[in-house]
Design a protein around this ligand. Structure first.
Ligand code: 1CP
Length: 345
């Protein structure tokens, strides 16, 4: 255990202020890397890649070989849970994920919690392989989507602009919608516990679309399910670090931090840095928050913002990251420059 605790990412998560902050990048594996595109082509389609432990291990390791991040994040997707629950899912070229939507409590019978591990077993095998193959100072992060964000895809059937169907559901039938959230809370706890048992040292919950919820609904559908998941995980693993990422929630991140029990929180690009240093970082370690588009732009604009982030948040427990996932058009050489700046090499 003491050897593990020497890993830079785990030190930051335990509240230590590091001379050089550990770093990793959300969506660090993926289409911006030519070697990823090659492996993905070999796998056939995206889901086949997620369920192939050997190839999923390979794409997880690819960014580490180039850039030496302090963490490896399991290669999978937040929509594997609905898929494992029995909801048909496809990733269409240029369109993103497409699911056969569920829009009412009467349709929840289509989901079966008792069979999820049959589909998800290869993911646990990927985690087990990675726990053996990552560099020794590197921390293995498991993840899942938070129930609200996963539900947006399950109900809308794809990425959405206005969240019309899911909002209609939460406002007209909150009790019915909470039955869907209950299923997702349960599935997510089981899924993450299996990842931890296979070797994940930290887990992150992505609540990418938390910011579309008004205040009181955010408490109901983001804070409360997250709190229950953290509680369920800690019942078995009291010291497990959990990183929350409630994107786009502004000042409500304070309630999220105080009420969910997360170990650390990931900040989106819009979070004011001075405010975060004073109010958020005094409570928990923070992670973030470079705009992924600055990683596309590169050059002086990117370098100046990285310096500002390091100056403001580097004074407390901090993990350098983006404020949202890497986008496919990111030039790999800009990621190399970022790594050089953070690592001081
Ligand atoms: O190869 C391809 O064309 C598929 C692109 C892709 C990739 C590389 C998808 C489809 N998912 C992933 C992997 C992935 N997704 C990872 C592991 C890789 C890594 O981080 O290195 C993770 C952590 C995710 C998480 C994820 N998937 C989120 C939350 C994080 C975020 O960026 O907001 C979300 C919202 C998804 C849904 C999803 N999956 C894929 C796409 C294109 C999308 C987004 C669709 C949309 O914008 O609505």
């Amino acid at each position: 255990m003491s050897a593990l605790k020497n890993k830079p990412l785990l030190k930051s998560l335990s509240g230590e202020k590091m001379e050089r902050p550990p770093f990793w990048l959300m969506r660090q594996a993926g289409r911006y890397l030519p070697e990823y595109r090659e492996t993905r082509a070999k796998a056939g389609n995206f889901l086949d890649l997620c369920y192939n432990p050997e190839l999923a291990e390979e794409v997880t390791l690819q960014p580490l070989r180039r850039y030496g991040m302090d963490a490896a994040i399991l290669f999978a997707d937040i929509l594997l849970i609905p898929h494992a629950l029995g909801q048909p899912l496809a990733y269409k070229e240029g369109e993103g994920p497409v699911l056969d939507p569920i829009r009412a409590a009467t349709e929840l019978g289509r989901l079966d919690l008792s069979v999820i591990h049959k589909t998800l077993d290869p993911v646990y095998e990927t985690v087990a392989r990675l726990s053996q193959s990552i560099p020794k100072d590197c921390t293995l992060i498991g993840f899942a989507g938070a129930p609200w964000t996963v539900a947006t895809y399950m109900v809308e059937g794809r990425g959405s602009k206005d969240y019309a169907n899911i909002k209609q559901w939460i406002y007209s039938d909150p009790a019915g919608f909470s039955a869907l959230i209950d299923i997702l809370v349960e599935a997510t706890i089981e899924y993450l516990l299996k990842q931890v048992e296979a070797g994940a040292e930290v887990v992150q919950l992505f609540d990418t679309w938390a910011g579309v919820l008004p205040d009181d609904e955010f408490r109901k559908w983001s804070i409360e399910p997250t709190r229950r998941i953290v509680e369920g995980l800690r019942a078995k693993h009291p010291d497990l670090p959990v990183i929350g990422f409630p994107k786009g929630v502004g000042g409500n991140i304070m309630a999220f931090v105080k009420e969910t029990g997360v170990t650390a929180v990931s900040l989106d690009p819009g979070t004011p840095l001075d405010w975060a240093a004073q109010e958020v970082q005094s409570l928990v370690p923070v992670q973030g928050n470079l705009d992924p588009m600055l990683l596309v732009t590169g050059g002086v604009a990117m370098e100046k913002r990285i310096a500002t982030i390091l100056e403001t948040l580097g004074k407390g427990p901090f993990i350098f990251n983006l404020g949202h996932g890497i986008v496919p058009q990111t030039p790999p050489e800009n990621v190399a420059r970022l790594s050089e700046l953070i690592r001081g090499k």
